[in-house]
Design a protein. Structure first.
Length: 107
């Protein structure tokens, strides 16, 4: 591993290749910490994206036009009717607990 390669401000390769080059230049004893950092970063970015999607969905539910809301209510009724037909009482209870735990969503 060559740790003395200069860091360039402008690269002619892809970001992935740049990242791999930086990893190759990282001393072996620091790789576990770097791996942990990269994993935490990826999880953070993924979580932010998921939260944004949830927020967009909640906004759509709460601020959509009355026709969409009425259609959504009908679909929810169909969902609950099909849920009511489930054989497993435990599955029904679990689903109900999940629905009741949601905050900020009006059905």
């Amino acid at each position: 591993m060559n740790n003395n390669q200069p860091i360039t401000a402008q690269s002619s390769t892809t970001p992935r290749a740049d990242l791999l080059l930086e990893i190759e230049q990282t001393p072996e004893e620091y790789l576990p910490e770097l791996l942990q950092f990269v994993r935490l970063f990826r999880q953070s970015v993924t979580m932010k994206t998921s939260l944004n999607h949830w927020q967009n969905a909640i906004n759509e539910i709460n601020h959509s036009d009355p026709v969409k809301q009425q259609k959504r209510k009908k679909n929810m009724k169909k969902l609950f009717d099909s849920w009511n037909e489930l054989d497993e009482q435990q599955e029904q209870q679990t689903t109900l607990e999940i629905i009741e735990s949601m905050k900020g969503i009006s059905i």
